[in-house]
Design a protein around this ligand. Structure first.
Ligand code: PHE
Length: 341
């Protein structure tokens, strides 16, 4: 028995651990309930009474030696590379930083658009994204079963009566004219939805800013000058603007607005399809039917309206060539706009 105890003591004295596994092996062999030390204690009952005291003291010595060694091995492992970094962090290292977010380019451009129009007397209005047929189509002079309704691939939520996701911000025009008396001078930014397959050039969710000005004697010249001012403020001072005849059910006459290509400055490039011009908005004089169906007397008042895509303006400003980038939340994209505020 005595020899066995000495052999175990010697084993403890020379034990070493260079990994967590070896430490665990030491624990199992010398510390745990089923350890060799535990076995020695269990054998104590068979020791003759007169030797018990001395033997017991010897066993306590073994137990303490095992525990002291165990602690020594833990300390050694912690200060070595295996698992030591947590116990002793390097306090001189620079902090990794909390990763501050930045403004989304669409938010930035929307704010720019709002500021430009606010400076010339427009206020900001808002309306619902879930809309009824009347405000999105009927009041805007879209005839029943007219193909113009199919120009905008609509997401319907309910049929008969139709509830849908608005396909443009023009619904807010109607709501404003229903609830306020002219003069009206508002811009209406917001999200719009169309049932389109997602690609670099089309998306089912995008953003528009609608503009509406209704008062006595508002003319097409006012529309032209307002958007010319906008183009020069948003882009640079020598940006050119042109109006192309177009069709919208809710404006008459209607025009699409092009600006000189910001990428090639009019020389021709891929973005402008070598025409030197890019479209930024639809516009026109508010159709008298629209004024009337919203409760405004078309004999007394005239107005102009326009609608532009925020993604399009952002593309021209920052050369973003794929619409999907705006919603993918890829930080490599978003971080490029860190300096915006
Ligand atoms: N609502 C039209 C569109 O989404 C844009 C527009 C707005 C055209 C106002 C004319 C007047 O395409």
């Amino acid at each position: 028995m005595q020899e066995k105890v000495n052999a175990i003591l010697a084993e403890i004295g020379s034990a070493d651990a260079n990994s967590q596994e070896e430490l665990e092996q030491f624990r199992i062999r010398f510390i745990s309930k089923k350890s060799v030390v535990g076995e020695l204690f269990a054998g104590l009952k068979d020791v003759p009474n007169e030797e018990k005291k001395a033997f017991g003291m010897k066993l306590n010595e073994v137990k303490q030696a095992a525990q002291a060694k165990f602690k020594e091995l833990i300390d050694k492992l912690e200060s070595s590379s295996e698992g030591g970094d947590h116990a002793h962090p390097d306090l001189t290292l620079p902090p990794s930083g909390a990763g501050l977010g930045s403004m989304h380019p669409l938010t930035y451009v929307r704010n720019q658009i709002i500021q430009i129009f606010e400076r010339i007397g427009f206020n900001v209005a808002d309306g619902p994204e879930i809309e009824d047929d009347f405000h999105n189509f009927t009041a805007l002079n879209f005839p029943e079963n007219h193909p113009a309704r199919e120009m905008q691939d609509t997401f319907f939520i309910e049929k008969n009566p139709d509830i849908l996701l608005r396909t443009h911000t023009s619904n807010v025009q109607v709501r404003l004219m229903q609830h306020q008396k002219p003069p009206l001078r508002s811009i209406m930014p917001g999200r719009v939805y169309r049932n389109e397959a997602i690609s670099a050039r089309a998306h089912c969710v995008f953003h528009q800013v609608e503009g509406l000005y209704v008062d006595k004697n508002v003319s097409f010249a006012d529309l032209k000058q307002t958007l010319y001012h906008f183009a020069k403020e948003m882009f640079d001072k020598d940006t050119k603007i042109r109006f192309r005849p177009s069709y919208f059910p809710f404006t008459e006459p209607s025009a699409e607005i092009d600006i000189s290509c910001q990428i090639c400055k009019g020389d021709g490039c891929q973005l402008c399809k070598y025409t030197g011009w890019v479209e930024i908005a639809g516009s026109g004089m508010v159709d008298p039917n629209v004024l009337a169906s919203s409760g405004i007397d078309p004999e007394e008042y005239t107005g102009f309206a326009f609608g532009m895509g925020i993604e399009r303006i952002t593309q021209l400003k920052f050369r973003v060539n794929d619409l999907r980038l705006y919603t993918e939340n890829d930080v490599r994209f978003l971080q490029q706009f860190k300096t915006l505020h």
